[in-house]
Design a protein around this ligand. Structure first.
Ligand code: IVH
Length: 697
């Protein structure tokens, strides 16, 4: 190794680039071809020199630096797989009381009295990553990660290497069956893997879940094979033909008989008390299990009841995760940074002395907002309690006041944006309530907001442009290459015209530029819901974006209405009437589309991309798009359930009958609403007819 202290910056840069190329090649040889061309010791020496160069010349450390990457393997690109049945997530509860509430909610929804029997399964919540395994005529044909729930990555070759996963199901099974469950890594395999990583000078995995994810998403399945991954089946997606069982526990028995690994700690419970007892039992066993779990999942056992309960947004009504208490540790708060988000929100972030909380090193934690800092009286220099629960961002819970250093001063929250210097204010709503969030008023002049909007636009659940991550966006924005989303789509043309020659930029190179431009090209026809979400309007998250997409079908239709949706207009009312969209959201949508600058940015963007019309979820159902009123006493459905069903079939439920009503479902004892419907000549059907019409039994 040359004497780094004697190198000029120029010499260092040349050597750094050379090392970067060499190391990347060795990584491919090792990870993808399983055929290293140098010894581990020589490889380590290259990495050490690389790191030493960056330590001496920090300017060499760009977004593409190998030392910044987690894990040495290049991110492999997998084919996308659309899930036939979406893979949803679970709602969380943290206390006994919430478990009682959950059971009561289920009973209420189903219209069951307190005494009617209602069984639940209780089983460990495995801390790994979920996967959907598709078997056709008994043979494993495809495996996909969860991804965003609708679309995952094809990891078939990798899953085939998992020891417990059968390539052929045993016994008589349906033509198509998608088995879903968790891929995880045991504590023993995790420790062994990290020991190997350390020996070869590679980055260590933070926890078994990350290790499992990293191991599954290897381009070369032989690497996955050596990682000792395991699988537990606990759910299913598409099943052709008759269901193999009528209960949750019956399905697990079926999986087991078919040769699928299932968790042994599943228990059938008849009450909230029994569920909680099993929770305690599992909690006691937790440390000795040999793999990570982060809670207990309760599910309504009867599948017919599960079907009646259905889903709200992205989680089932019939299941919930009861999480274990968060893990905590104490450390010292060294500073408070203020981050500026996409909507201008100023978020305080605690900079901490590194501390291990539940097996993960924590250095940053959220302080939520100004009021929280004041309420907890958090001061720089304080010893603080940090907590981390599952996936959530670590948080500062409280101060250990007894250990406060002498002279520590109360923290003063800035009233100006640390990035653009504009005033930062807390809005007051009509009722006089002050927003907890302080926002930068700089809007379009604020660089931080612009960058965050661009990051959001390109992110995975939005436009999903691979290779255009946070670091690249920061760089391109800083260098003036992209200011608005439309600029992303002209990058390739401008580069070809010689405007900047991206291939020559440090850390880029021909292949990565080619891949980036290909990913941008591929993003020109985004699904409508993702496109709407990508725009980043306030209060339009994934769920609302999906609602808007489903309601309007095309972007033109949405824009035509939203760009005229001033307060009290017909258009505003139209948006407001979309199920799940309230006043506040409707106002935010209108604000976004009415903003002149956004209009211009949208025009420019739509010249580049064509959002694809949304397939309405149940556009083929005869009640899709209709406004329905339920009245009288219903016998097979509770009101909540009726509303949920209408939702599922694409219909909208109204509370009263008007000219806009398309259909009235009347049960015995219906009165004035029925009369009004008859008077207006609106179609009236019985509850049974509703079932028939929506194709239910
Ligand atoms: S049931 C429709 N059961 O937890 C609900 N999920 O937080 C299907 N998970 O995405 C999920 N153990 O990855 C279920 N025994 C279990 C589970 C489990 C772990 C994961 C799963 C899911 C996430 C939701």
């Amino acid at each position: 190794m040359a004497d780094i202290s004697k190198l000029t910056l120029r010499q260092a840069r040349t050597r750094h680039m050379q090392l970067q190329r060499d190391i990347a090649q060795h990584d491919v040889a090792y990870y993808q071809n399983d055929a290293p061309t140098i010894s581990d010791a020589d490889y380590d020496a290259l990495r050490q020199e690389y790191v030493a160069l960056e330590a001496r010349f920090p300017q060499l450390k760009t977004g593409m630096s190998l030392s910044e990457k987690v894990g040495a393997a290049p991110s492999p690109k997998f084919a996308k797989v659309r899930h036939a049945v979406p893979m949803l997530s679970l709602g969380n509860v943290f206390s006994d009381e919430e478990v009682f509430d959950f059971v009561a909610r289920v009973r209420r929804f189903l219209g069951l009295g307190a005494e009617a029997p209602l069984a639940f399964t209780a089983e460990p919540k495995i801390d790994g990553l979920s996967c959907s395994l598709r078997y056709e005529r008994g043979a494993l044909v495809q495996a996909a990660t969860r991804g965003d729930g609708f679309e995952g990555e094809d990891v078939t070759a990798n899953v085939r290497t998992i020891a417990g996963v059968p390539h052929m199901l045993r016994g008589a099974v349906s033509d198509v069956i998608e088995v879903r469950g968790e891929v995880y890594m045991s504590h023993a395999d995790f420790a062994a893997l990290n020991a190997r990583q350390a020996e070869t000078g590679r980055t260590l995995y933070a926890n078994p879940r990350n290790a499992a994810a990293g191991s599954l998403r290897q381009l070369d399945a032989t690497i996955t094979a050596g990682r000792g991954l395991k699988f537990f089946a606990y759910a299913w997606g598409e099943i052709a033909g008759a269901s193999p069982a009528s209960t949750q526990h019956g399905m697990l028995d079926f999986f087991r008989h078919a040769g699928m690994p299932t968790n042994p700690l599943v228990k059938l419970c008849a009450s909230a008390q029994e569920m909680l007892a099993h929770y305690r039992f599992i909690e006691e066993k937790r440390a000795a299990l040999g793999y990570d779990i982060d809670g207990v999942v309760y599910k309504v056992d009867d599948l017919a009841l599960q079907a009646r309960l259905g889903f709200v947004s992205r989680a089932p009504r019939w299941a919930v995760a009861h999480k274990f208490a968060a893990e905590r540790a104490t450390t010292v708060l060294r500073g408070i940074d203020i981050q500026v988000g996409r909507t201008g929100a100023l978020t305080p972030v605690a900079r901490l002395d590194p501390v291990t909380v539940g097996g993960v090193v924590v250095q940053n934690a959220t302080l939520h907002n100004e009021d929280e800092i004041r309420r907890k009286d958090i001061r720089i220099g304080d010893t603080v309690v940090v907590q981390r629960a599952g996936d959530v961002i670590p948080q500062v819970v409280e101060v250990v006041v007894g250990r406060r250093p002498h002279g520590a001063k109360e923290y003063v929250f800035p009233d100006h944006c640390p990035v653009c210097g504009s005033a930062a204010v807390r809005e007051t709503d009509e009722s006089g309530a002050t927003d907890v969030v302080r926002r930068c008023t700089g809007g379009l002049v604020c660089g931080a907001q612009a960058v965050e909007r661009l990051k959001h636009f390109a992110s995975r659940n939005a436009m999903d442009i691979e290779g255009l991550g946070d670091r690249q966006i920061e760089l391109f924005h800083k260098e003036g290459l992209i200011k608005t989303p439309a600029d992303i789509f002209t990058l390739a043309a401008r580069n070809a015209a010689g405007e900047f020659d991206l291939e020559k930029w440090e850390g880029f190179g021909e292949t990565s530029v080619r891949n980036l431009f290909a990913a941008i090209e591929a993003a020109r026809r985004p699904p409508l819901n993702r496109f709407i979400y990508a725009l980043g309007a306030r209060r339009v998250g994934e769920t609302n974006a999906r609602r808007l997409a489903r309601h309007f079908g095309t972007f033109e239709a949405l824009r035509a209405v939203a760009s005229r949706a001033v307060a009290e207009s017909e258009e505003r009312a139209t948006i407001n009437a979309i199920d799940g969209v309230g006043d506040v959201v409707a106002e935010a949508i209108a604000d976004f589309f009415l903003e002149e600058h956004n209009e211009r940015a949208l025009d420019a963007l739509l010249a580049q991309v064509s959002p694809q019309p949304m397939e309405a979820v149940a556009s083929n159902s005869p009640v899709a798009g209709k406004t329905v009123v339920f009245t009288g006493s219903l016998e097979r459905l509770t009101r909540d359930e009726a509303k949920a069903q209408a939702d599922r079939f694409g219909a909208k439920v109204a509370g009263s009958v008007s000219k806009k009503t398309d259909l009235v479902v009347a049960g015995p004892g219906a009165g004035s609403k029925l009369a009004k419907a008859q008077e207006l000549g609106i179609e009236v059907i019985s509850e049974d007819e509703w079932f028939a019409r929506t194709g239910q039994k």
